[in-house]
Design a protein around this ligand. Structure first.
Ligand SMILES: NC(=O)c1ccc[n+]([C@@H]2O[C@H](COP(=O)([O-])OP(=O)(O)OC[C@H]3O[C@@H](n4cnc5c(N)ncnc54)[C@H](O)[C@@H]3O)[C@@H](O)[C@H]2O)c1
Length: 440
């Protein structure tokens, strides 16, 4: 099939390359010409394991191309995927839908014939219906544009696998006459044949599926982090507790990793946008618990800063602190709302001399927080540290040798912000190790 992908960021570039990998002919479009030049050259402008290989393979096969020209998009195909950003609006909790509407405004007047736009961006409930109205107003006489919603569940770090073999495909279609299901079944034929559940519903429900999934995941993380706060005061061990409750298969161990909490370009803004939309619908009480989920999450960042201060004798001024990690999670270079970078920034603003090291996210981190001290290696980061904070659980940090690390630092004090280090090993090497939710 021929199709276009509009917006080639983390979601769109992955979707475009993976659709080509499945045998489709794909044209990606973005307003960012530097991003398009890079993708055309076979260079993925962000870190995503496996994606560079998929990109180059499909560029070379001639199934994949990129452009900044909406005219070409309109001519290239009748099936379009919309994957532009929906960030948090400035000064409110709501999602900023400027980019989503801009696509409809710019693309629809150029279309001729029958087209389907599958929205993949995460949007507030009701957006697809509104976009349909706008598309109907903007389309040329004789041209039809159907809006369907096909929310994306990929995880950064596993994006290729999640796109090629998704754990489910959700499709929201309009009531009445629709061609979207038939077309989506063709687009995703391979994944469906491989066993991916294909769930068709109305557009409103499909929009709610995505935000509900993220709200649930955020709630699960904040639940264990709330219990973690109690463990810290009462003297318990949240990791043993999580193991014990996780054996109950109604609960499950996944997403019960107590630590520095969630961040990134999705969970924080999505739960806020969900609350904002509930308020607009007159149902704000239904989601007030998400405010608490958000607050618990933010308190974990404060707790790490406070603990670091205590370990520096009550004052961070002049102390050398190493922060291991800048990405919001391992296997990604994404620093949007990163807990690691938030902690590093707060420590620095409180007077600490902060060294940050991350295997992949250094360039992005520098752009967001240029005043922090960035170093090129883990060894350089550890050199002379008074306190080390493990903030993102990269494998490289999990594998750190406490003996060798101990020879580089000024004081052998470490805060395991992700509960991933072997406590006995670190204590055996003479380290004073602290972890969230545990008394060690
Ligand atoms: N990143 C993820 O893991 C992920 C997972 C699921 C869902 N989502 C959702 O997908 C959407 C995109 O997220 P992302 O992480 O890829 O964001 P991103 O910021 O990496 O990418 C958005 C892209 O859209 C482009 N863009 C903006 N306006 C445009 C326009 N008018 N025409 C063409 N391109 C335009 C931007 O230049 C940018 O390249 C968001 O709604 C997000 O919540 C993201």
């Amino acid at each position: 099939m021929r199709m276009t992908v509009i917006g080639t960021g983390y979601l769109g570039a992955t979707h475009a390359a993976c659709m080509a990998e499945l045998g489709h002919e794909v044209l990606g479009v973005d307003v960012d010409s530097a991003k398009i030049d890079s993708l055309k050259d076979g260079v993925v402008p962000f870190y995503e394991p496996g994606l560079p290989e998929v990109l180059t393979r499909n560029l070379e096969a001639g199934r994949l191309d990129f452009t900044t020209d909406y005219g070409k998009v309109a001519e290239f195909a009748n099936v379009h995927f919309l994957g532009v950003g929906t960030p948090q609006e400035r000064g409110s909790y709501a999602a900023d839908l400027t980019y989503v509407y801009a696509v409809i405004e710019d693309l629809v007047p150029l279309l001729e014939g029958d087209h389907i736009i599958f929205g993949k961006s995460t949007v507030p409930v009701g957006t697809a219906d509104e976009l349909q109205k706008r598309a109907d107003e903007l389309s040329k006489p004789g041209t039809t544009v159907e809006i369907a919603w096909n929310p994306e569940f990929l995880r950064e770090g596993y994006a290729v696998q999640d796109t090629i073999t998704p754990d489910r495909i959700v499709l929201g279609v309009r009531r009445g006459e629709t061609k979207a299901e038939e077309v989506a079944r063709e687009v995703y034929a391979q994944s469906i044949a491989d066993g991916a559940p294909f769930l068709v519903m109305d557009r409103v429900t499909s929009e709610l599926v995505k935000v509900s999934a993220n709200a649930f995941l955020a709630t699960k993380i904040s639940f264990i982090n709330a219990v973690s706060e109690i463990c810290e005061i009462a003297g318990g061990d949240v990791t043993k507790l999580a193991d014990a409750i996780g054996y109950d298969d109604r609960i499950g161990r996944k997403f019960l990793g107590a630590g520095l909490g969630f961040g990134g370009g999705c969970l924080p803004k999505d739960i806020r946008a969900f609350m904002a939309r509930a308020g607009e619908l007159g149902a704000d009480q239904a989601l007030t618990f998400l405010r608490e989920v958000d607050a618990i999450n933010m308190r974990r960042r404060d707790r790490v800063v406070q603990l670091t201060r205590e370990l520096c004798g009550g004052n961070l001024l002049g102390h050398r602190v190493t922060v291991l990690g800048a990405a919001f999670k391992p296997n990604s270079d994404d620093v949007r709302d990163s807990p690691a970078l938030s902690v590093a920034g707060s420590l620095s603003l409180a007077g600490a001399d902060v060294s940050v090291y991350d295997p992949k996210a250094m360039d992005n981190a520098r752009k967001v927080f240029p005043t922090l001290g960035y170093v090129d290696s883990i060894e350089e980061a550890l050199e002379g540290a008074d306190v080390v904070v493990l903030a993102t659980e990269w494998q490289q940090f999990r594998d750190l040798d406490p003996q060798a690390a101990g020879e580089l630092v000024n004081k052998k004090i470490i805060i395991d912000g992700r509960n991933v280090l072997d406590v006995d090993k670190w204590q055996g090497a003479g380290w004073d190790i602290h972890a969230l939710g545990r008394t060690l």
